[in-house]
Design a protein around this ligand. Structure first.
Ligand SMILES: [Zn+2]
Length: 432
């Protein structure tokens, strides 16, 4: 592989449900590079997503390679087997070079007593107050914390190591990046817990590139953060300091950084994320997902004619099957059914009404977060339309691509990595 295995300081995970937007997505990274800030693209797609769509990881790889070739991208790029485990990893082994090992389902499972005892013995030296550069208060670790983490997270860390060794055996050491994710769970991990989890992962021999803890607040799909941005910002800084400490203290790779599974569009915390990176002098992997699919829908709706009619058809189906569509995403969506237009009403909507309803402009009275979240999970309907949907994407390629690039660059890359306000939103708000 020509690329070096380094994520560099800034990287963005992009999802491409129908494998047609890789060029438009990469274009956003080209714009970032032109602005002097390299952001490495990582195409992520979970097994859940592949299963719902009926796609295969080799398609994601082919689309990424083609885009890199077409835009002459000379920087690193990766394909991420997102949220995999031992049951689902096999078909990702060849096409992917980034593996997000999801061990959330192991949280709370008790490790073997001998493993627990060796964990608590080995890390007993961490008990006490640890001063971390950049933080005004030390992180305090008690014997209770050590025992609790041993009971709650050690099995997950050991399972992650088992996954890692399986992938390493299949691919070869040093040929891929490893992320461990614990974000899809109910209770956030505190900075002290994160520190001990990193200690466990390092001791188990996982050469982590990124770690995705669960942060305070709700990270619903495709809509803004729900929670107190100040609490999030403080926690993020603490976690960043913990990660840096763990690199030296536990011998983890020096490029280790946090991965934020954002669910996309967390505008109210993007400024805090940027400020935390600057203050702590560190980087971040920002994972986004369905935001590109939603831009496809917006691009189609805005194109009017048959493309708008197809969006209305997808919506009517999604409305009829909303309950089953939402089940796999129950933990990460909050739809208020009363806010959804009936399919009959939505049928009468103009292109402008559709775009304004779907586009994530928090200042716009026409923006409808329930509609947006339902369309977020409606990609299954588009997948069922198969060639009809793909043909429309190809017919309206330019309109769709423009929305995809602008959304990624102006609403995600600029605020997070360049420290620019979300211009798309403010400009739209001013125009009214
Ligand atoms: Zn995630």
């Amino acid at each position: 592989m020509p690329q070096q295995l380094s994520l560099s300081r800034f990287s963005i995970g992009v999802g491409d449900r129908f494998a047609h937007q890789a060029c438009a997505q990469l274009q956003a990274c080209v714009q970032a590079a032109d602005a002097g800030v390299p952001v490495v693209p990582v195409w992520n797609k979970s097994n859940r997503e592949h299963t719902i769509i009926g796609s295969d990881p080799v398609q994601t790889r082919a689309a990424a390679d083609a885009a890199v070739h077409e835009l002459h991208w000379a920087q690193p790029y990766f394909c991420d087997a997102d949220h995999i485990n031992l049951q689902t990893v096999d078909r990702f082994l060849e096409p992917c070079d980034f593996f997000t090992i999801d061990v959330a389902d192991q949280i709370g499972i008790t490790a073997a007593q001998a493993d627990f005892e060796s964990f608590t013995r080995r890390h007993a030296r961490l008990i006490g107050a640890i001063d971390l550069p950049g933080l005004s208060d030390p992180i305090r670790i008690t014997e209770g914390d050590l025992n609790r983490v041993g009971r709650k997270y050690l099995a997950a860390a050991l399972r992650a190591a088992e996954n890692y060794r399986y992938i390493e055996h299949a691919r070869g050491r040093g040929t891929f990046l490893t992320e461990v994710s614990m974000d899809e769970t109910d209770i956030p991990q505190s900075p002290a817990e994160l520190l001990l989890i990193l200690a466990a992962l390092a001791a188990a021999g996982v050469p982590l590139a990124t770690i995705a803890p669960k942060f305070t607040g709700r990270f619903n799909k495709g809509v803004d953060y729900v929670g107190d941005p100040r609490i999030f910002a403080r926690e993020l800084e603490q976690d960043m300091a913990v990660v840096r400490y763990a690199v030296d203290a536990f011998g983890l790779p020096s490029e280790l950084k946090l991965s934020l599974h954002s669910g996309s569009d967390k505008f109210s915390i993007y400024g805090a994320v940027h400020n935390a990176m600057m203050k702590m002098d560190t980087g971040l992997h920002l994972k986004t997902a369905g935001t590109t699919w939603l831009e496809e829908v917006i691009g189609l709706a805005g194109s009017n004619g048959d493309a708008l009619a197809l969006v209305k058809e997808i919506y009517a189906e999604a409305y009829a099957h909303r309950e089953e569509l939402c089940v796999p995403y129950a933990a990460v969506i909050d739809i208020n059914v009363a806010s959804l237009p009936t399919p009959a009403a939505a049928q009468r909507w103009t292109a402008e009404q559709w775009v304004a309803g779907l586009r994530h402009d928090p200042h716009s009275p026409a923006y409808n977060s329930s509609l947006r979240q339902l369309m977020h999970v409606a990609f299954k309907i588009a997948a069922k339309l198969g060639p009809r949907y793909i043909a429309m994407l190809e017919l309206r390629k330019a309109q769709v691509a423009e929305n995809v690039t602008r959304n990624l660059f102006e609403r995600h890359i600029q605020p997070v990595f360049l420290g620019v306000e979300t211009t798309a939103n403010t400009a739209e708000a001013l125009r009214r």
